[in-house]
Design a protein around this ligand. Sequence first.
Ligand code: XUL
Ligand code: CO
Length: 449
Amino acid sequence: MAENLWNIEKIPYVGTESLRQGLGFRYYDADRVVAGKTMREWLRFGVAYWHTFEQRLVDPFGEGTASRPFDSYSDPMDRALAKIDYSFDFYTTLGVDYFCFHDRDIAPEGDTLRETNAMLDKVVDRIEEAQKATGVKLLWNTSSLFTNRRFVSGAATSPFAEIYSYAAGQVKHSLEIAKRLGAENYVFWGGREGYENLWNTDLKREQDHIARFFHMCVDYAQEIGLDAQFMLEPKPKEPTSHQYDYDAATSIAFLQSYDLADKFKLNLEGNHANLAGHTYQHEIRVARAAGMLGSLDANQGDKLLGWDLDEFPSDLYETTAVMWEVLAEGSIGPHGGLNFDAKPRRTSFTAEDLFRAHIVGMDSYAAGLLVAARMHEDGYIEDLLADRYSSFGSGIGASIEDGTATLASLEEHSLDIPQADLVAATTSDHLECVKATINNYIVDTLGRA
Ligand code: XUL
Ligand code: CO
């Protein structure tokens, strides 16, 4: 394996002395033990191949600005192979243990699926060698069933049977690659699985089709002995005006109604949560409540720009909330990690900015972990919740929770209670102080880190 292709030294942990962020971690200290596990074990960072090595930093009004060390390769296959070397050197220089990719990120397409698969396999050979040489692992792979124009109206929900069939063949090969590279998870993001307009869409038929598609995938994984955790990745809109996997709750209901809930978990993304009108914490909490937390695509949006910006996470309030949920759960998911489904802004165009952006993302999550661990240690939220729901611990509340209450018993209990006593049974939550206390935990914990 060629080394130092990016001309950047291994990123060190430098601590918090300097306030100016550079090419070093302030908070992410991989082997530091926090709440019983190392930071590396809690966070399981992954690099998203499509953004970090493919993204040219285009926006709807302008061409790409990215400057990358592999730009000089003109032959698509030479370039694809060289990029694998660059990517593994990137992972080891940064110190991340995982990566994620779509089939179409890593190799060019031929004219037929057979030709495409042959090219893909050559690149996968190179990945397999690089994984062996470096120990870097595949958090998940996936199939791009949305980029090519044949997927204009979806893949497993396309109204065109030829396209559905092609997508199935494409995914079959991706599952074989997952098996070969030891993928810990396998993701299905419904790229164009949704509709532009309901008048020309048979919604029920399309949902039946995609459910059938997932059952075929489950069957094939079993057939080839692939034990990667399958995950759906919810997103409400963009590219289609309505995506079927709208949010965590919608995706869970879909999986339950098509008998797929025990085969899938969810891969949740911060910016997607916001597009659905939710916080990232909300999506994670909903998945946790259903036992469906699988993995996390770590990124954030921008309140002033309404689309899926995929910015690197830097919002400490959000990383604290996410890591609070993860600590409460015990892990990100059975095999989950924090995949940076994120790209630098168009104005951060140097190759070095790729490192800087990942460092900020990793530090923001390491900081969130430190704060959340302190909150759990103090039991602040746990105490607050115990107090807020304490009336369900005995008397009429206990009868509701243990299932012995009926409408009649509750009516009997309530008939003669005066309004003043009912009002007295409610207490203020002092919500502003709750928010300020979380601020205090952030400021104090990071001040001492
Ligand atoms: C798109 C998105 C995808 C998935 C994988 O918004 O998040 O990159 O993570 O297909
Ligand atoms: Co994503």
